[in-house]
Design a binder for this molecule. Structure first.
Ligand code: NAD
Length: 318
């Protein structure tokens, strides 16, 4: 019997598929990190399934028993030291295909919400306030929208935005976009985006290069006031710079699903006092804030299970 440790609670479909193929799924979501490490050594474990409860750093990975895989139930892999895992011949699996559509749909929802004051107007009506002129909004049609990062989510967003009759630009230095497959999108350098963008949406991983990439210098380069959306990773954006640009009206509105100050598990904001830039955002009607839920739908939960199960089973040619 092949044993797998579930370090987080996961949609039951994954356990169901693995069990049907002869795996024993051990519920390890109450274990602390030491117990998890010991279990991989003592219980002849094949692999770990994890969302974001623990950071599997180099030193942790070096202490694990001789496991075959670490499967991340989600997209981003920044809580796993892949290099250290590869060194030990541990396969690192994830399932970004499972939630990219959910993120792209949420991005559309956030964009329409911020442009049309939907959330503000809803709160006003509930409070007995009926304001029409003050809530006159903006349309997506005709705007220049820059998609930063043209991976799974960036592409999914492209397909959704195509119907809005807007100008689409993309910046991703690591992919070559086939113009036959992606018509009506311009692959550009950032200079073009600084010049023309009205709206910018980020769909990039957190790496050494992207950490704090959107800072004051970056935001200063935009020629027009912009709307900014970040549904990728919180730490790519310097919140203080964002707050300053909103105050200076150089950013007309921002939608954040992810936060610089999120805990590594993404389950909460870091404990302690609320940093001033976040205090400002919490009190500003120019921002929409959601708790890292862009990829969280009932459908993506199921898809993540099915995709991850297939990738695990493929390791065993099952
Ligand atoms: P992906 O790996 O498919 O695509 C990322 C793209 O970003 C790649 O094409 C890569 O070339 C590009 N890229 C890397 N560095 C870049 C840079 N400096 N400038 C421009 N492009 C760059 O990833 P994805 O599945 O599209 O996910 C994108 C991000 O969204 C990830 O950080 C992921 O963790 C995050 N995400 C968030 C949620 C959520 O719930 N909010 C859910 C899923 C994924």
């Amino acid at each position: 019997m092949k044993r797998v440790l579930f370090a987080d609670t996961i949609h039951p479909e994954l356990e169901s598929i693995l069990s049907s193929k002869g795996f024993e799924c051990i519920h390890a979501w109450d274990m602390n990190l030491e117990e998890l490490i010991s279990a991989t050594i003592e219980k002849d474990i094949e692999g770990i399934v994890i969302r974001s409860r623990f950071k599997l750093s180099r030193s942790i990975i070096e202490q694990l028993g001789p496991i075959k895989f670490i499967a991340r139930f989600g997209s981003g892999m920044e809580n796993i030291d892949i290099e250290a895992a590869n060194k030990r011949n541990i396969n690192c699996l994830n399932a970004p295909e499972g939630n990219s559509n959910a993120v792209a749909e949420m991005t559309i929802g956030l964009l329409l919400n911020i442009l049309r004051n939907i959330q503000i107007a809803d709160q006003q009506v509930r409070g007995g306030v009926w304001l029409r002129e003050e809530n006159r909004g903006y349309e997506v049609e005709g705007k220049t929208i820059a998609i930063i990062g043209f991976g799974r989510t960036g592409k999914s967003l492209y397909y959704k935005l195509k119907g809005f009759n807007c100008n689409l630009m993309v910046y991703d230095p690591y992919v070559k976009i086939d113009p036959d497959q992606f018509s009506s999108i311009q692959q550009t350098e950032m200079n073009e985006i600084y010049e023309h963008a009205d709206i910018i949406s980020f769909h990039i991983p957190l790496t050494d290069e992207t950490n704090q990439m959107i800072n004051e210098t970056y935001l200063n380069k935009f020629k027009k006031p912009i709307w900014l959306l970040n549904t990728s990773r919180g730490k790519i954006l310097n919140t203080a710079a964002l707050a300053d640009k909103i105050k200076a009206k150089q950013i007309l509105g921002a939608c954040l699903d992810v936060f610089e100050y999120e805990s590594t598990s993404f389950e909460k904001l870091e404990s302690g006092s609320i940093p001033d830039p976040l205090k400002f955002l919490l009190s500003s009607n120019k921002v929409i804030l959601t708790p890292h839920i862009a990829g969280w739908t009932h459908e993506s939960n199921l898809k993540l299970s099915q995709i991850l199960a297939k990738k695990i089973l493929d390791l065993y040619n099952t």
